[in-house]
Design a binder for this molecule. Structure first.
Ligand SMILES: Nc1ncnc2c1ncn2[C@@H]1O[C@H](COP(=O)(O)OP(=O)(O)OP(=O)(O)O)[C@@H](O)[C@H]1O
Ligand SMILES: [Mg+2]
Length: 362
């Protein structure tokens, strides 16, 4: 089984430099997700690993072999794209077998692999149908099946579910997770859907402007985002940000107009802040408590409820704190009314502090 190492990778299209000096290591058997907004270079990176585009500089190693100048077919990879492009005139069986026939595998072996893949993906009863006779989800399964029959060590997925409706996406997401668990292959999966990333990944690489902003487990990315971009890209509703300054002598965060201070003794600063430094304090909606008596070391600020949004499982309460609009996630059973006054509090040890200028985590 293979691991993947990308070193000093640079890719340009004409004058447009998309990737520069990119480094990435994927462990054997790992499910790595490339996550980022449209145009950030996810597909470009995946295509460079697959050998579909020629890098300007840098190397790609798969399973310890330098494959930088190998043809895609010689890299030991299987790919699944967003547009599944099945051969319309062939049956599902023909679609699954096609690549194996081209590779001149023995008939018996082709039959066995097609049968196994079909069983695995629950499409055995569809083998004699043509793509036009399939639903979107079934077509996507066939596309995954075409990758599966190749017995590759490495699977590369480029937004394989984005053409499907929300319910099917959620179903196939679970199937892909099961596929990874049962095969144990190394997988790189491109998406701009944060839920897909958080649910599937062993590790997530969050990208922006061709640069990996943070590489970490879903927990690390969610709980300790490396910068403001990562913090605001992941989470819905987004992390709340309060603008203020560090006041070192009191070890506190001084909110804007000094309506309140947040004690920071429990905050694990990675780098020491300076006195008066302009910062943003970030806190996730579910980490804010309403109307609990503040424990020692915690703080409490007055908030005015603006809007109440029930989502079924829980309720999102939008309220005004100072000049900021803050979202708070509360239990659905908790009754909160618009225009009500609340006391909101949170554990500063679980908050995130960012330098206002650089956006980097402190
Ligand atoms: N063949 C190409 N020729 C010129 N520019 C390209 C080409 N392919 C991609 N680009 C540009 O490179 C940048 C990165 O594109 P890429 O397809 O990697 O983004 P992405 O992160 O996959 O986005 P999306 O989520 O929309 O698929 C974009 O600015 C895009 O316009
Ligand atoms: Mg793309």
């Amino acid at each position: 089984m293979s691991a993947i190492t990308v070193k000093d990778l640079a890719v340009s299209f004409g004058h447009l430099s998309v990737l520069r000096d990119l480094q990435l290591g994927v462990n054997q058997g790992e499910f790595l997700v490339l996550l980022g907004p449209s145009g950030c270079g996810k597909s470009t990176l995946l295509n460079a690993i697959a050998g579909l585009i020629e890098p300007e500089a840098g190397t790609v190693e798969i399973g310890g072999r330098d494959v930088t100048h190998f043809e895609p077919k010689d890299r030991g990879i299987a790919m699944v794209f967003q547009s599944y492009a099945l051969y319309p005139k062939m049956t599902v069986r023909g679609n699954l077998a096609f690549g194996l026939k081209v590779a001149r595998l023995p008939r018996g072996e082709i039959k066995r692999r097609v049968h196994e893949a079909a069983e695995f993906l629950h499409i055995t009863e569809l083998l004699d149908r043509r793509p036009v006779q399939l639903s979107g989800g079934q077509r996507q399964r066939v596309a995954i099946g075409r990758a599966l029959v190749r017995n590759a060590d490495v699977f590369l997925f480029d937004e394989p579910l984005s053409n499907l409706d929300a319910k099917l996406r959620a179903e196939l997401r679970v199937e892909i997770k099961r596929l990874h668990r049962d095969l144990g292959s190394t997988m790189i999966y491109v998406t701009h859907d944060q839920i897909e990333a958080l649910t599937l990944a062993d590790r997530i690489a969050v990208m922006k402007g061709g640069i990996i902003q943070q590489l970490g487990t879903p927990r690390e990315i969610y709980d300790t985002p490396a910068n403001l971009f990562v913090a605001s890209f992941i989470g819905s509703p987004s992390m709340n940000f309060l603008e203020g300054r560090i006041a070192l002598e009191g070890d506190v965060f001084h909110y804007r107009n000094a309506i309140f201070d947040v004690p920071l003794t429990a905050y694990p600063f990675a780098r020491p802040p300076s006195h008066g430094q302009p910062v943003l304090l970030g806190v996730r909606p579910e980490n804010i408590a309403v109307d609990g008596a503040p424990k020692p070391g915690e703080f409490c600020a007055e908030a005015n409820v603006d809007l109440v949004e029930p989502t079924g499982a829980d309720t999102v309460v939008w309220c005004q704190v100072g000049t900021h609009s803050i979202s708070v996630r509360v239990d659905a059973a908790q009754i909160i009314n618009e225009r009500q006054k609340l006391c909101i509090g949170f554990d500063p040890g679980r908050a995130s502090m960012f330098d206002l200028e650089s956006g980097n985590r402190l």
